[in-house]
Write a protein that binds this ligand. Structure first.
Ligand code: SF4
Length: 729
């Protein structure tokens, strides 16, 4: 949808809330719960909203039309006329989505109308982890939660843990204020979708707080390292739009992309050249390019790089990278020249699959960008836009915290799924005295909860969200326009009621009061609601060039840039027993697993294997032949910490020795479409962390693989089976 059509359709909408399923009037015939003027039969109304399916925070618009539903009231079927959401599109005014959406955003509808949504509060009636619950009233649920919370608070509020998703906005700010009122520690996020490595690297090298913005649209030559930016990394819609412009948006100029990654990701598939790197060798690859850039006198901004780092690049032995990466020096030299000679070169680095040395890898890539002189320039690396709403939860390895906690809140976090079984997460959740989950569905972690207090779906909510990556300061705004379908309650409201019961001084953050200060002169709240957000005017992309930092500066003497570290990655598992690298990756369709309960996502063919309703284990043709594995065979993947069984997919482009698997399946509890479907690759990982951030090292586990039996993989297309090995090794 373009901007012109947006104004045409949205400007006709009234600002009133459409009454929906929760009207109180009872009528045996056809009760009109919606005033005629609000919802006209057969006519569509479009409303701005926010997508909550991942942390990118895309602005959307939704198509609302009248519909009917049959409900039972006092034993009688009653037909209700309701306002329903029929379709979701990107909001063309939003600088992140720009009128586009990803598949998960489109499928958010199936979260709203999902038959497995919790319809009201529930209390545990069986053993923890068994997911046995009975309905309760909101009044009772809040009274119970308040009593237990008060008990812990009075003794030791540091034993309260709020585990959240990574998103900033009014929800996060409300939680921050609530915890402050309690005297409890700030909320923590420990989700792989927070990108802690990328945040830390930007902070250490540039002093930036937040994810850098890669100005891909205006670059001419891009080297991607470890960041599958078209496959779900950071902000998929934003970077997919940027990529479209990079390729086709400029007359007579088609941007060129080289992608260096340990599997043929979606980004690698779209690249002009894919450099298959063994896991964890990104840092050596990047250092080699930097060395060659300096050697060839193609570095434009060596003065922007700390002297010790320049010296370390100069002293780097390229043969070390050649051996580790399996890339010939002449190819590395060609890449360095392509970057160095490009008018607008850019290195996009990230850690879609975190290794123990990923922080070093991203830091090295930032130094390479500084050598290329592109930081703060069009087509280069830009600083994150300021966040108009505070309270973003900090990232922390929450394992130790969970160990000593008595009261846990879960909001947007599902540790029983995303933390490896080897961390003992199940036992830790079982041991917690009181666990309260705000998830709209019964999920793997909710099964351990004492109380399930379901939140509204994002399309029923009022919220302001700060996007993870935005070119300008931005807030995506959602205001309620349909009544919630069920007896759910906004988490902000639940926290307010808890605070009231406990007689705490607390005020939730609402979009209206928080955004009042972000509105510029002439902007009104009504206008922000009508547009679906508040965005700073898109200006030029020139940013202040970061000041060169000195390495090794002592504490208290100003910012210290990290020295260059080029360590080898660590892997857990004896090579003789576990000869393969295991490479679990966040998938386009399921992210970190949170979209697995959406049937459209289950039936969306996997972009690599085209598998549907089940994710396979990817193995290269050479090893598959040696082990007698064919596509569709049931295989067992074992680490020192667990095993899983799944169908195999013999991937012609898999790197020999790397066993990959998308994250998404293998939920124990997540509704009818996801429960007990497939296997969870995270469950067999070793408890290995990137040491500086505490992030789970997704790619640090070694495994073995065994064929178990013949089987079947449901694939949309099987044409790739006709291809043999790619022979790049
Ligand atoms: S990128 Fe994330 S926020 Fe944007 S549409 Fe997709 S799922 Fe929604």
């Amino acid at each position: 949808m373009d901007r012109r059509n947006f104004f045409k359709i949205v400007s006709t909408a009234s600002t009133g809330v459409l009454t929906g399923a929760c009207g109180k009037k009872l009528d045996r015939y056809v009760p009109l719960l919606v005033a005629e003027r609000e919802i006209v039969p057969g006519e569509e109304v479009w409303r701005p909203a926010a997508c909550g399916e991942c942390g990118a925070g895309c602005g959307v618009i939704v198509r609302v039309m009248e519909a009917e539903r049959v409900v039972e009231r006092q034993g009688d079927p009653v037909r209700e006329r309701i306002a329903t959401i029929k379709k979701i599109e990107g909001n063309p005014l939003d600088p992140v989505s720009g009128g586009r959406l990803c598949a998960r955003g489109q499928a958010a509808l199936q979260g709203l109308y999902n038959p497995d949504r919790l319809r009201g509060p529930l209390r545990r009636v069986g053993p923890k982890g068994k997911a046995e619950f009975a309905p309760t009233s909101w009044a009772e649920a809040i009274a119970v939660a308040a009593e237990k919370l008060e008990h812990v608070r009075a003794k030791d509020p540091s034993r309260i843990l709020f585990l959240t998703g990574p998103q900033a906005g009014t929800r996060a700010l409300t939680i921050a204020r609530f915890l402050e009122a309690l005297g409890a520690p700030p909320a923590v996020t420990f989700e792989i979708s927070d990108f802690p490595i990328e945040r830390k690297a930007a902070d250490l090298v540039f002093g930036w707080k937040g994810l850098p913005v890669y100005d891909l649209a205006n670059a001419r030559y891009v080297l991607g390292v470890g960041a599958d930016f078209l496959g779900g990394w950071a902000s998929p819609v934003f970077y997919a739009r940027q990529f479209g412009h990079f390729r086709q948006g400029r007359a007579d100029l088609r941007g060129r992309l080289t992608q260096a990654e340990s599997r043929m990701s979606i980004t690698a598939q779209a690249a002009d050249l894919w450099i298959p790197l063994p896991p964890g060798t990104e840092v050596l690859f990047t250092a080699a390019i930097a060395h060659l850039l300096l050697r060839e006198k193609l570095a434009r901004g060596p003065n922007g790089v700390p002297q010790q780092v320049v010296q370390a690049f100069e002293a780097f032995d390229v043969t070390r990278a050649v051996r580790a990466c399996g890339v010939e020096e002449r190819r590395l030299l060609r890449l360095a020249r392509e970057l160095g000679e490009s008018e607008r070169p850019l290195v996009m680095a990230g850690a879609s699959v975190v290794q123990t040395n990923s922080l070093e890898s991203v830091i090295t890539a930032h130094y390479l960008n500084l050598l290329l002189g592109n930081v703060g320039k069009p087509g280069g690396v830009l600083p994150p836009a300021p966040e108009p709403i505070g309270g973003r939860p900090g990232f922390a390895n929450a394992l130790a915290l969970l160990e000593r906690t008595q009261f846990v809140f879960l909001d947007g976090a599902n540790p029983a799924y995303t933390w490896p079984a080897s961390t003992g997460v199940a036992q830790k959740l079982e041991r917690v005295e009181t666990l309260v989950s705000f998830a709209p569905f019964l999920d793997d972690s909710g099964a351990y909860a004492d109380l399930l207090l379901p939140d509204h779906h994002m399309l029923e909510a009022t919220a302001a969200i700060v996007p993870a990556v935005a070119p300008v300061a931005a807030v995506t705004l959602a205001t309620q326009f349909v009544e919630p379908l069920y007896e759910t309650r906004a988490t902000e409201q639940v926290l307010t009621e808890l605070a009231k019961k406990m007689e705490l001084t607390f005020e939730p953050a609402t979009p209206k009061n928080v955004l009042a200060s972000a509105l510029t002169e002439g902007q009104t709240w009504e206008e922000a609601v009508r547009q679906g957000g508040v965005w700073a005017a898109a200006g030029g992309v020139e940013a202040e060039q970061p000041k060169p930092r000195k390495t090794g500066t002592r504490r208290g003497e100003g910012p210290t840039a990290p020295a260059l570290e080029l360590s080898a990655p660590s892997f857990f598992g004896d090579t003789s027993q576990f000869p393969y690298y295991f490479h679990p990756y966040p998938s386009l369709q399921f992210g970190d697993g949170r979209a697995a309960n959406l049937p459209w996502m289950q039936e969306l063919p996997d972009p690599v294997s085209s598998a549907m309703w089940g994710l396979p284990v990817e193995i290269d043709p050479q090893n598959a032949a040696r082990l007698g594995i064919r596509t569709g065979d049931l295989v067992r993947v074992e680490s020192a910490h667990g095993r899983l069984e799944a169908p195999a997919y013999v991937h012609p482009a898999a790197i020999p020795g790397v066993i990959s698997m998308a994250i998404g399946d293998g939920h124990r509890h997540f509704g009818r479409y996801a429960s007990n479907r497939g296997a969870n690759p995270l469950s067999i990982l070793a408890p290995v962390w990137e040491k500086s951030t505490g992030a789970l090292a997704l790619g640090a586990t070694r495994v073995r693989i065994t064929r178990l039996a013949s089987g079947r993989l449901i694939q949309f297309s099987v044409s790739d089976r006709e291809q043999g090995p790619w022979g790049y090794r």
